[in-house]
Design a binder for this molecule. Structure first.
Ligand SMILES: Cc1cc2nc3c(=O)[nH]c(=O)nc-3n(C[C@H](O)[C@H](O)[C@H](O)COP(=O)(O)OP(=O)(O)OC[C@H]3O[C@@H](n4cnc5c(N)ncnc54)[C@H](O)[C@@H]3O)c2cc1C
Length: 403
């Protein structure tokens, strides 16, 4: 019976484990498994992010992102308190360095307020100097509700609870194909076949591929964007107290390179957003022929490039030249110099792009009678993980007619 499941979740990231945990808490008699290709949970996006508990400022009012982030920010803090996971509500300052950014900063204040983000404050240079003494800006938006945490630690706690509730976590097992029979799915893995009545697809960077094994209507593709970080040298960490962000470009789903104090104490600068030549291409030299040729054959990618080619060139330039990266950071903290920065880690974002070239902004979660597919879950996906998990479990219960 070990290989036969009522519901099988693909992906042991923060969303797969949160969804599995919610579903099993609601339906304790389910035979539920989570399959993860890596030997540990949280090994892809979840373990390579900025570790920021976003407050909900940026997102279009009424969107899933706005709803899940605002609720998720509070539920994740409560979860950390209940399970003794370190977090810090250190607050975040979004800073306008140029006059043309002022109207966008005001717009963010209005958006955040509309989304119900408490404590937002538009601040001038004096207050900025109190919050972040080394930041130079003409105006800022202070968000005291923003915090930092280790999302890997949260995911490991979800996994622990799943095991306690009787769920099975199969690590080191990659799904390679899915065959559909009348009321069973045969899930082929590199460690033999599993049978499941239903699937939940939380495969992150590979979620479109898993979805395509089951559905014929998937019109989007994951395009991987690597985010590279520098770390501030220990002696320079005093320059940043909490989180310092620029005003983002409203046309793009990325937030711009920023300073983040990590819950482990060090300070990171980044991430940028460069096209990755492999879906799990954490290093510049990583290359995967299948991944790259799929991206290059996808019309949606070329439509994005036609529109955003200047941004693309700037991003590559900034990735290759530390001086350019440093210059962008100096707009916020003029004292920073290139010698203060050492190479840090990187993460790869699973950004869903539609065939018409739309970079999907909101979370995208679809369901059919056999499966729920999480197709776009970029930032603030980790912050929102408890709410997304609850939502996915609810969709699954309805779509699979669970009793
Ligand atoms: C650079 C960067 C910075 C970010 N910063 C933040 C932030 O500060 N705050 C925030 O809230 N969010 C942030 N995010 C977003 C956040 O990390 C994601 O929303 C979240 O981790 C998504 O979780 P996931 O479980 O969907 O994906 P993942 O963590 O990628 O998990 C998917 C899992 O599926 C597994 N898998 C894939 N294919 C298969 C297969 N065929 N068989 C078996 N297993 C498979 C993978 O190995 C992986 O473990 C950031 C993301 C990145 C990349």
């Amino acid at each position: 019976m070990r290989n036969i499941y009522d519901v099988l979740v693909i992906g042991g990231g923060i969303l797969g484990l949160s969804s599995a945990r919610h579903l099993l808490k609601q339906y304790p008699s389910l035979k539920l498994g989570v399959i993860e290709k890596n030997v540990d949970v949280a090994s892809q996006q979840t373990g390579h992010n900025s570790g920021v508990i976003h407050s909900g400022i940026y997102y279009r009012p009424g969107s899933l992102k706005a709803q899940f982030c605002v609720d998720g920010r509070d539920s994740i803090v409560k979860f950390c308190e209940e399970h003794d996971i370190a977090y810090d509500r250190c607050g975040k300052l979004i800073v306008a360095s140029e006059p043309h950014e002022l109207s966008r900063l005001d717009m963010l204040f209005e958006r955040g307020t509309a989304n119900g983000v408490a404590g937002l404050e538009l601040v001038g240079p004096e207050r900025i100097a109190e919050i972040e003494p080394h930041v130079a800006a003409i105006k800022g938006l202070w968000s005291p509700a923003t915090g930092i945490v280790d999302f890997g630690a949260i995911t490991r706690e979800y996994a622990r609870q799943l095991g306690e509730d009787g769920g099975v976590l199969e690590l080191g097992t990659r799904v390679v194909n899915i065959r559909q029979h009348a009321d069973t799915l045969i899930v082929e893995t590199d460690r033999g076949e599993r049978q499941a009545r239903h699937l939940i697809n939380c495969a992150g960077l590979h979620s479109d591929r898993i979805a395509r094994l089951m559905e014929t209507t998937i019109d989007l593709q994951i395009v991987p964007f690597r985010g590279e970080y520098y770390k501030l040298r220990k002696e320079q960490e005093y320059l940043v107290k909490g989180l310092v962000y620029p005003v983002p470009d409203p046309e793009l789903p990325f937030l711009g390179v920023h300073f983040t104090r990590n819950i482990k104490g060090y300070v990171e600068a980044g991430p940028n957003a460069v096209l990755a030549t492999a879906r799990e291409g954490y290093r510049k030299r990583d290359f995967d022929l299948r991944d790259l040729s799929e991206t290059l054959r996808f019309p949606g990618f070329w439509r994005v490039m036609r529109r955003e080619w200047k941004t693309g060139i700037n991003e590559v330039n900034r990735s290759l030249r530390k001086s350019v990266f440093t210059r962008d950071l100096q707009k916020m903290i003029p004292e920073i110099c290139a010698e203060d920065l050492v190479s840090g880690g990187s993460g790869v974002r699973a950004q869903a792009v539609q065939r018409d070239g739309t970079l999907l902004d909101d979370f995208a979660i679809e369901s059919s009678s056999k499966a729920v597919h999480v197709l776009n879950a970029p930032s603030p996906g980790a912050t929102s993980s408890l709410e997304i998990g609850k939502y996915v479990a609810g969709l699954a219960a309805e779509a699979f007619s669970l009793t």
